[in-house]
Design a protein around this ligand. Structure first.
Ligand SMILES: NC(=O)c1ccc[n+]([C@@H]2O[C@H](COP(=O)([O-])OP(=O)(O)OC[C@H]3O[C@@H](n4cnc5c(N)ncnc54)[C@H](O)[C@@H]3O)[C@@H](O)[C@H]2O)c1
Length: 354
């Protein structure tokens, strides 16, 4: 079978740290284009990886009949437009998370996938983590009994990315800590508990600690290179909420920044027979009882490179038509839930989902 021909659209952090290296390791793939509106990034990638052609207009990529599929690694604002254009041009798409800035945009992407019939996966990469998959398996096997509540915490003292840049400008990102980090945590909650149906959502998002950009105190800043202290800061740096689903209830607290000097990144699954604490991006502990005693241990699983698995699965989907758990049809529910969280915050009341 011929190699799958790929175009990379957006050659920034995630493209260089995850997508490109993983495609290069896949023997069934050839990268033909590196596209970025900043020419140095596109040409820099060609030079760095010693393959492909540089371009600055994504239409050049999607109009090339030789291209089978694209990775969309641009800021959130462009996800919907590029994805829909690529699907309409007959290309398969792996679009980075979040699917889009808004639920309405994510729905347009889903409609385009249904209309043109090509694969559309979203970069909910934790669905390819062996630790997360093990938890899903344990929950579906009944090891935890009934999972009645999930508690989620993603809080850091100072972790606002690129202050004033794309990540903190609502018109580009669609939100702050909830849409940027929360999307991963809520997705893990959904995946592990069998993608339950969200029923009601109550949330409050705060825009507090980054507002005074010039006096924001921090030691290091992720995405520092996109910082612009004359730019915009109008997104949430703290979020809290409560969700009822057809499965467990969920509470969550997330902070890009907080005046507490201890960070937390975990998801607790509370079941009637046992509970699990997943340390995000790492291992997990199972708590239960046995022989009249409290027992806890770390179940064995083989750690994997979830980004490699995500890319390999996408390539498999392109080549075989196999549907992945990161398909837009699954991810759309989390997009709906997150939109309801922002809507609940703006309206100051609980939202009932259809
Ligand atoms: N899966 C993960 O864990 C993860 C981690 C980081 C970022 N992301 C997501 O990846 C996306 C990109 O984030 P990043 O950190 O790489 O940002 P980045 O700013 O480092 O890179 C984005 C690149 O896209 C380019 N770009 C913008 N508009 C474009 C267009 N119309 N055509 C071509 N290129 C364009 C920019 O010039 C930039 O080089 C975001 O949606 C982010 O949420 C996901």
């Amino acid at each position: 079978m011929e190699k799958t021909v790929i175009g990379i659209i957006g050659c920034g952090t995630i493209a260089n740290s995850a997508h490109i290296p993983a495609y290069l390791k896949n023997p069934d793939v050839r990268i033909k284009y590196f596209c970025d509106i900043i020419p140095e990034k596109a040409f820099g990638a060609v030079e760095k990886y010693g393959c492909g052609t540089a371009c600055t207009d994504y239409h050049d990529v999607i109009n090339d009949p030789e291209i089978d599929a694209v990775s969309v690694c641009t800021p959130n604002r462009m996800h919907m437009t590029i994805t829909c254009d690529a699907l309409a041009a007959g290309k398969h798409v792996l679009c980075e998370k979040p699917a889009a800035r808004t639920y309405a945009d994510a729905l347009k992407m889903q409609e385009a996938q249904h209309k043109y019939g090509k694969t559309l996966n979203i970069g909910v990469v934790n669905r390819f983590s062996s630790a997360v998959r093990k938890i899903r398996e344990m929950i579906s096997n009944g090891d935890l009994g009934e999972v009645y509540h999930v508690y989620v915490s993603f809080r850091q003292q100072r972790s606002i990315p690129g202050l004033g840049g794309a990540f903190t400008t609502n018109a580009i990102s669609g939100g702050g800590v909830l849409i940027d980090w929360g999307v991963h945590y809520l997705d893990i909650m959904m995946f592990c508990t069998g993608d339950p149906r969200p029923e009601t959502v109550s949330a409050k998002a705060f825009c507090k600690l980054g507002v005074d950009m010039k006096n924001y105190v921090y030691e290091g800043m992720w995405a520092e290179n996109t910082k612009d202290l004359n730019g915009t800061y109008d997104v949430d740096d703290f979020v809290t909420g409560f969700v009822r689903t057809s499965g467990p209830t969920v509470t969550f607290n997330g902070a890009w920044a907080q005046n507490i000097g201890v960070g937390e990144s975990f998801i607790d699954f509370l079941g009637t027979k046992g509970g699990i604490r997943l340390n995000y991006g790492s291992d997990f502990t199972f708590y239960t009882t046995g022989g009249g005693k409290l027992v806890s241990y770390k179940p064995e699983f083989k750690p994997n490179d979830m980004f490699q698995e995500e890319i390999d699965s996408f390539v498999r989907a392109v080549r075989t038509g196999e549907k992945q758990p990161s398909h837009i049809d699954t991810v759309i529910i989390t997009a709906k839930m997150m939109q309801a969280m922002y809507d609940s915050s703006a309206a100051g009341k609980e939202i009932v989902l259809e």
